[in-house]
Design a protein around this ligand. Sequence first.
Ligand SMILES: Cc1ncc(COP(=O)(O)O)c(C=O)c1O
Length: 422
Amino acid sequence: MGRRSCHRKSDRSSVRSLGKDKKKRGETGDATRLVEAGRRPEWTKDPSGTGAIVNPPVWRASTILYDSVADMRARVHDTHERLFYGRRGTPTTWSLADALTELEPGAEGTMLYPSGVAAIACALLAVLSPGDELLMVDSAYDPTRAFCDNILRPMGIATVYYDPLMGDAIAGLVTERTRAIFMESPGSLTFEVQDVPAIVAVAKARGLVTLIDNTWATPLYFRAMGHGVDISILACTKYIAGHSDLMLGSVTAVPALWQKIRKTAYAFGQTASPDDCYLASRGLRTLSVRLAQHQAGGLAVARWLQDQREVARVLHPALPDSPGHAIWKRDFTGASGLFSIVLNGGDDAARVAMIDGLQHFGIGYSWGGYESLAVPSDPQNYRAATQWQAEGPLVRLHIGLEDPADLIADLAAGLERFRECR
Ligand SMILES: Cc1ncc(COP(=O)(O)O)c(C=O)c1O
């Protein structure tokens, strides 16, 4: 994967280069980069020597055939981004990984995994050893916590949960054993925005590795490496793929940690389907327009919800009352379409009445596709360092690409059902 440009000088002959060279690439806007990244001529050009297809195609493989035993032996020591064995990827995989690396200036490379959770697990295992301590944000995605509690702990790796809003006070939790700090900003379900630069400064002063689950913002709305983070993790299942039709995860790392990430992924046999990588690459090309639309629709719905009596709070990082809003404004360049509402009083039955009758919102896990979703959730069940106290039950909403007016009308009817049941 690495940091090579999508154009190699030796390929200049027949295929017009995209983005020319790395230096020039770094100067382009995000939307341009999304369109051009990962489309190297060697993966798209006509084998006869003239012309090229637009998209690197699907290369499916298990066995790779070598020209000779000598060739086979030579590749054992030089296997990254060369066909070696299907598990280690094909140009379809490398093209997506390359593109994701290009979206994070300062990164060295990206590995791909069969899900976001697999990416999180492998990134943690790459940087932690028995005896180490991990500082984990208390608003982390629940399966991330489960991995820490059920897999890392029995291995002798302790997890200390911390308040997502504590910023540089995290220094007080660092011990001799602390090895890494994991962030997720904004947090799952409750959307606290973390002071990443403050936490990174503490980590750098103490020689700790920093990791972030950057799925909500994507590199488009929050530059993890630009803010000093060492390892950026995406559940590509969400906005990168964008169409609710595949599972995929990625880990992008700075040069100092890249080999560790790569070797750990190899050791665990992590691999991603070329078909899914192709679809995710296709999704990536439209990420900027989709995110802009998720943002606009999300804000329209969130602002309307703010004015409803049945809603006690709207947890949306771009709204001034949301926890960590000032930090979001300082560090992020946009907001995606996922946020939560806290209902005003009522119980689970009233919440269910609201959700069950929705016409335009699906009831289902995940998010980041083109469609709107609503799920009930209870953050108090996933907290250790902080307490979740609320005026009523919580509903997490994903605002898709539908007309916001239709979604608002649907939610208005839902809130009426909630009021009748409350
Ligand atoms: C914030 C966050 N990170 C990671 C994941 C895991 O991704 P996947 O479902 O691809 O395993 C999710 C899934 O919902 C998520 O919401």
